[in-house]
Design a protein around this ligand. Structure first.
Ligand code: GDP
Ligand code: IMO
Ligand code: MG
Length: 420
């Protein structure tokens, strides 16, 4: 069976740490979508590591990792990351597999991302500029080059054809930066990619399922950034929700078991787009400071606010969440009063649903207030020691969203997690 760990908000919920924590219980960890726009942070031997392409199970010697066909892969980022992982004594040639169907991000995808964002002016998405949108566009446009293609003689011809197509688009954008340096490192990385384990991902994973092995699917981004169900157009270009596991890995829906949703105890977003509970005051600044809320991929300050239960309930519904992991609970340790958004006021009407036009309508969040726990929780290991006010906070979430919080993460470290 396949369990899933995915983000329930706008990304950066702490998925990397949680996948790393659960990985020893699994034979295989597989990324099913997204690309190097992801930045998943974990601590290995007390050293901070940020993974962009490699699944977060890679630091466990007995866990195999797969980059699934639903992912878009930047070979340059992958090579750099393989070197980093190898410096911890991990043999990527043994523990990492890549699906033939994985789409490749070429240098002109990054250029197109930049050109497209620039052309949007004040309406820009706030993309990470890693070439994600253009790479997925070439997938649905049926132009993409996939990992399986790099072993084929026609690879260079196809690459040149694609590059020419992109060049015409770039000319339209009047983009004339010299990207020849990017191309040199790209071909160097393609050579490296040829030395890795490229497999038929769908047989690889289904054979493991038939053998009774345990599989964990790792999501990137968050449900509110899903291309179909997120705050469109301020979203990423893939299906970040549990349905993406089926298309991204070639796994049938009946094979999916637990869907573990990760949510911060509050809320953040990086990049543009609607964020009903965003705080522009000293409290927002406090959350950013205590939570060290700066993007793991781009370093941009994250926008911060109170937890949005309307959006969280929606995310639990479309994902079929069976368990929630609440991360960064410790960030709230010093707040006297906490708030949770329980409805939206839209055109003077109170709503408990995420509206279609979330990017266009004015939303006033309505809050319920809670006492803070005003306790340092970072060293707590057992649920019985958690403050009563935290239990009240959690119980309210469970009832509101219809899924239970089963773990509380109380610090960035591997061991800072409490099972409820
Ligand atoms: P991801 O993209 O979902 O994997 O999340 P990121 O790695 O982008 O951002 C999460 C940040 O919060 C990282 O810096 C983590 O080290 C950190 N983090 C994760 N869990 C906790 C927690 O429970 N408490 C605190 N204080 N930090 C955490
Ligand atoms: P992880 O996996 C947070 C955001 C970008 C931008 C929008 C589109 O670390 O949670 P893209 O580069 O996909 O074209 O950007 O999505 N975004 C993320 N925000 N965490 C991420 O990944 C993100 N990946 C993309 O900031 O607003
Ligand atoms: Mg991140």
């Amino acid at each position: 069976m396949v369990d899933v760990i995915l983000g329930l908000q706008w990304g950066d919920e702490g998925k990397g740490k949680i996948v790393d924590f659960f990985a020893p219980n699994y034979d295989l960890v597989a990324r099913f979508q997204g690309g190097p726009n992801a930045g998943h942070t974990l601590y290995v031997e007390d050293k901070k590591v940020v993974l962009h392409q490699i699944p977060s199970g890679i630091f466990h010697q007995n866990t195999i990792n797969l980059i699934g066909g639903g992912v878009v892969l930047d070979p340059v980022t992958l090579k750099r990351e393989c070197d980093l992982v190898a410096s911890f004594g991990i043999d990527v040639k043994k523990n990492l597999y890549i699906s033939e169907r994985t789409n490749i991000i070429v240098p002109t995808h990054r250029a197109l991302d930049k050109a497209s964002e620039t052309s949007k002016g004040t309406e820009k998405i706030g993309s990470t500029l890693k070439g994600i949108g253009p790479a997925y566009m070439d997938k649905t446009g049926r132009n993409a080059i996939r990992v399986g293609d790099i072993l084929d003689k026609s690879f260079i011809t196809n690459y040149i054809k694609l590059r020419l197509k992109h060049q015409r688009l770039l000319d339209n954008f009047h983009f004339n930066e010299d990207i020849s340096g990017w191309e040199d490192e790209f071909f160097d990385a393609i050579e490296f990619l040829r030395t890795l384990n490229v497999v038929n991902g769908e047989y690889f994973i289904n054979n493991k399922i038939s053998q009774g092995q345990k599989i964990l699917a790792e999501g990137a981004q968050g449900s509110m950034l899903d291309i179909d169900f997120g705050t469109f157009p301020y979203v990423t270009s893939s299906n970040t929700i549990s349905a993406g596991v089926c298309t991204g890995l070639g796994v049938a829906p009946q094979k999916i078991n637990e869907v573990i949703g990760v949510s911060k105890a509050y809320c953040t977003r990086v990049g543009s787009g609607p964020f009903p509970t965003e705080l522009f005051d000293a409290t927002g600044e406090e959350l950013r400071k205590i939570g060290a809320e700066f993007g793991a991929t781009t370093g941009r300050p994250r926008r911060c606010g109170w937890i949005d239960l309307v959006a969280l309930q929606y995310a639990c519904m479309i994902n079929g969440v069976t368990k929630i992991v609440m991360t960064k609970a410790d960030v709230l340790d010093s707040f006297d009063k906490l708030s949770m958004c329980t409805s939206y006021l839209i055109n003077d009407e109170e709503k408990k649903e995420v509206p279609f036009a979330i990017s266009k309508v004015k939303i006033e969040p309505l809050y319920q207030s809670f006492d803070g726990w005003s306790t340092d929780t970072t060293a707590i290991k057992e649920s019985a020691k958690l403050p009563a006010t935290m239990n009240t906070y959690i119980k309210f979430i469970n009832e509101f969203v219809g899924a239970p919080v089963k773990y509380v993460s109380n610090g960035p470290g591997r061991e800072q997690i409490v099972a409820l």
